[in-house]
Design a protein around this ligand. Structure first.
Ligand SMILES: *Cc1c(COP(=O)(O)O)cnc(C)c1O
Length: 512
């Protein structure tokens, strides 16, 4: 052991191993969100070897570390071919879907500002808008917040999860403050494909750029059975940029996504460059400065190795498993699949067409499935800007490994439904009343860290003052059953729910 060390590295790694035991399983298909298991162990080994090969590299500077440029060029080349981009399409490998979306919005803002200046619109007083269906990923809420744009959500039909093209047409008419239209392929909450051909054409006619967020579906839809790529990808002339995550159905470890942009001059707006300091000249294609090449190398190795035919095989497995699961769920009395998903995600709501005693609340169902060892993702109900309501759902992301576990999974889903059928959704009215009471009648309009923590304690989501040391926040996990928690999140106004959730997460990393 090196004289520099205070602890034996083997002991430190043993502790990491013990910590990892507490994690949700990343392989085997038991967690139907967050992780994308190809089911091919060799791909994980390949990724690990590629990561080791570039471990010390700084991807900040592709002129010093030339392997970075070579790998990125080849990944972009692969993506451009897969999404039918022509030679005008250029791209960047980013750290993930959120970064791709942030950069698409930054690009749109710069272009809008330049255009506003040309047209004499006062860019310092007008806040440009982004138009997107309600189901657009939260990354665009974040992007609007970070880059100072206004996200205008277009309602979707609660049954199909789809927006109506005419609603975009109305909002695009004479609107010189629209910087970008965003559509999803497919949208994460329900797995349905937006009407991209129609809406991108409307955007083009209005002279507005259109981003396709294929972060979720990008590396499955090109091979999805029966799907015409002309309905969603870069062969549509109105689609001006497209994002697709390599760390989802590209099966790479977290930290890799691609952002493709139509036209060099558009894409150059994504960059940040400065010579305005006494240090080295800075040119950044992405948000970070110094950065890892690990996920890029892993994604490069995987795309090179699998090639189009490998992706096609893995996609066929996802498609078969998704169809079988959707059929099995449609056969469960009291549940219904929302809309017609295109791609490997399913959202399941209560079937309101049957009497209450036969209905299955999707959140109770998800909690019960978790007790059987399968983790579905709970999605709260959501009220849209026109007052219509998207139902609470349970979300299932299907990966290639799912197919080998289909019988087990289906049995668990059927049993879970039988066990909670007729149980009404959680009613949080009493809890809300007691919380309001604790604050002298009504919840405060804004919560600081201390009062947010007090609320978490009051509802049992944080250890109280007498909490034993073992129950410190660092070891805290969410309760076994999430339905009451989600019901609370759904019922509270965002101005209260958001600081509560922030507090819950922020306390996790506070040293004892
Ligand atoms: C996952 C996802 C994102 C955000 O990506 P992260 O990789 O989680 O940062 C954006 N859009 C869609 C549709 C997604 O599924």
């Amino acid at each position: 052991m090196s004289a520099h060390f205070e602890q034996n590295p083997a002991d430190v790694l043993a502790r990491l191993g013990a910590l990892r035991e507490g994690d949700a399983p990343t392989h085997g298909g038991r967690v139907l969100s967050y992780v994308y298991d190809s089911g091919v162990a060799e791909l994980d080994e390949l990724a690990a070897s590629a990561i080791r090969a570039v471990q010390p590299v700084n991807a900040l500077d592709p002129t010093t570390f030339t392997s970075v440029a070579a790998m990125e060029r080849e990944v972009i080349g692969f993506a451009r071919a897969v999404f039918h981009g022509d030679e005008q399409v250029v791209g960047t490998v980013t750290s993930g879907g959120t970064e791709s979306c942030l950069l698409a919005i930054k690009t749109a803002r710069e272009l809008w500002r330049a255009d506003a200046a040309r047209r004499g619109i006062p860019a310092d007083t007008v806040v440009p808008r982004i138009l997107a269906p309600s189901t657009v990923h939260a990354a665009f809420h974040k992007a609007a917040d970070y880059f100072g744009l206004r996200l205008e959500l277009v309602p979707v039909d609660p049954d199909s999860g789809l927006p109506v093209a005419a609603d975009f047409a109305a909002r695009l008419a004479d609107a010189d403050d629209v910087a970008l239209v965003v559509l999803s392929a497919p949208a994460y909450p329900h797995g349905v494909l937006d009407p991209i051909a129609e809406v991108s054409a409307l955007a083009a006619a209005a002279g507005v750029s259109c981003h396709v967020d294929a972060c979720f579906g990008g590396f499955v839809l090109p091979w999805w059975p029966g799907l015409d790529a002309a309905s969603w990808d870069l062969q549509l002339p109105g689609v001006t940029s497209l994002s697709a995550d390599l760390h989802k159905y590209g099966y790479a470890p977290k930290g890799a996504s691609v952002l493709l942009q139509r036209g060099r001059d558009r894409q150059r707006q994504q960059y940040f460059a400065t010579t305005g300091w006494p240090g080295y000249p800075v040119v950044n294609s992405t948000l970070l400065g110094s950065k890892s090449a690990a996920a890029l190398a892993a994604a490069w190795a995987i795309t090179q190795t699998l090639g189009g035919s490998g992706f096609a095989r893995l996609t066929e497995s996802c498609a078969r498993a998704t169809a079988a699961l959707a059929d099995a769920i449609a056969g469960i009395d009291g549940l219904r699949v929302v809309g017609h998903p295109t791609g490997p995600a399913i959202a399941v709501a209560a079937d309101e067409s049957v009497p209450a005693e036969r209905r299955v609340d999707p959140h109770h169902w998800a909690d019960q499935a978790r007790a059987h060892g399968w983790q579905l993702q709970l999605q709260p109900g959501f009220t849209q800007s026109d007052g219509t309501r998207l139902p609470a759902t349970a979300h299932l992301t299907v990966t290639p490994v799912t197919e080998s576990r289909l019988a087990e999974l289906t049995t668990a889903l059927v049993a879970a439904a039988d066990e909670v059928r007729g149980v009404p959704a959680v009613d949080v009215t009493p809890l809300l009343a007691s919380l309001g009471g604790a604050f002298g009648g009504a919840l405060p309009a804004a919560l600081d860290a201390a009062s947010a923590f007090a609320v978490l304690q009051a509802i049992g989501l944080a250890p109280d003052a007498e909490g034993s040391p073992g129950e410190g926040p660092a070891d805290a996990a969410l309760p076994e059953r999430l339905a009451p928690f989600l019901a609370l999140v759904e019922a509270l106004p965002p101005a209260v729910a958001e600081p509560l959730l922030t507090e819950l997460i922020a306390r996790l990393v506070e040293p004892a």
